[in-house]
Design a protein around this ligand. Structure first.
Ligand code: TYD
Length: 136
């Protein structure tokens, strides 16, 4: 399979059911997303301005959503870097496997919601950037 690049990441506009009393966004496996959702996790209590260290996944695909607040995601395929700013609960960043990512500039009280294609597996992580470049 061709190695993934930063240009394989897309911002997906998710359906939004507007209501002045509160809107709803629903995400379905294989409909809005090109994979089956096997896990949902969320990052919260991140102090304002904080960032999270980088890593890559060998197989995991993800949709990342700023369910509340905002943050930046810096994606790196070993050659090119792209930065995405997420700040709307109805926009998601689709990330295929095989890309280095860092999260930065969290607004205080933000929630980073992740829909993931597999259950948690530490063996799927590459946590060392040099190792990532070699693996790529
Ligand atoms: P990790 O994905 O390494 O986040 P970051 O790179 O931003 O620190 O997750 C941090 C820890 O949380 C990880 O070492 C184990 C735990 N964890 C789980 O137990 N299950 C999960 O689904 C995730 C994402 C993390």
């Amino acid at each position: 399979m061709k190695p993934s690049t930063v240009f394989d990441c897309n911002i997906l506009q998710l359906p939004r059911v507007y209501n002045p009393a509160g809107s709803i966004t629903a995400v379905n496996s294989n409909k809005e997303l090109p994979f089956d959702i096997q896990r949902v996790y969320y990052l919260f209590d991140v102090p304002g301005g904080e960032g999270r260290g980088g890593h890559a996944h060998k197989k995991l695909e993800q949709l990342i959503v700023a369910a509340s607040g905002s943050f930046d995601i810096i994606i790196d395929d070993g050659n090119v870097k792209r930065t995405f700013h997420l700040s709307r609960p109805y926009m998601g960043l689709y990330m295929p496997s095989g890309l280095w990512r860092e999260l930065d500039n969290f607004s205080s009280g933000s929630i980073c919601l992740v829909l993931a294609s597999t259950t948690y597996d530490e063996a799927d992580y590459i946590r060392d950037y040099t190792e990532f470049k070699e693996w790529k």
